[in-house]
Design a protein around this ligand. Sequence first.
Ligand SMILES: Nc1ncnc2c1ncn2[C@@H]1O[C@H](COP(=O)(O)OP(=O)(O)OP(=O)(O)O)[C@@H](O)[C@H]1O
Ligand SMILES: [Mg+2]
Length: 272
Amino acid sequence: MKRSQPILQGVHLARAFGEGEKKTLALRDVSIRLEPGQVGLLMGPSGSGKSTLLAVLSGLLKPDKGSVIALGEDLWALSERERERFRLLHCGFTFQGYNLFPALTARQQLELVLTLGERATAAQARRRAEEILAVLDLADKGHLRPSQLSGGEKQRVAVGRALMKSPTFCFADEPTSALDWTNGQQVVKLLEAAAHQDGAVVLIVSHDARLIPFADRVFHLEDGCMAGRQPDTETARHGDSQIRMPSPRLPTNGYATERTFDDESELAELPI
Ligand SMILES: Nc1ncnc2c1ncn2[C@@H]1O[C@H](COP(=O)(O)OP(=O)(O)OP(=O)(O)O)[C@@H](O)[C@H]1O
Ligand SMILES: [Mg+2]
């Protein structure tokens, strides 16, 4: 397979569920584009299609219409096997329901990503898992199984697992929903570091406006379409810094528009 710059692009995506009167148009005509090293934040009301879009972009759910280009590949033109391999090699996921394995400890959940997927040695996998657990303030919880972890701890384990293999694409569906803001920031800064330090494309779904200052691009979904009109500028607070952002506008070319920080130096330094 040929390889080009890591980039993620969804073009005119549509996806419906059900038939007849029960048909739901989860995505109507959505286009989105992310560059290497960018954090995208996907916002919108419950049921607006955010998780559906994430699943389509990550090769988990086939769109009815449109295409997804990732690393120069048309993801939905690949065979199922090639797509699985693509996900295994390049994608990290955090799902809304965490999807942890009940029988594995927190540390084993992380180690498995490397020992299964990447053929790292057990020692290498353990070292990386311990590093990530420490960053997520879970160093003393590595021996616990999901049933013994709190909701927020499970969520942090799921995010840690998504980042174990330093993926090219990281998809995180509501990664902070069960976390207080201290832990939420820790998780978001880890995702941000994956993009800004390691060059990954990170796409986060969240309702939480406190995540906006961490994102390079903010997308709003409403009823399966990209955002409507917003006021000209918004101000987001991040710690003591004020960041002015152009608001999302209805695009003329089908692409969502987004904000770019006026001054990146206003963002907090990464603690990792
Ligand atoms: N497997 C499915 N079968 C039928 N309808 C579905 C299915 N998955 C999603 N939908 C519908 O598609 C729409 C979009 O769902 P989606 O899960 O993408 O929303 P969301 O924006 O992620 O919402 P939330 O913020 O609540 O997680 C909803 O109306 C939902 O009921
Ligand atoms: Mg959802």
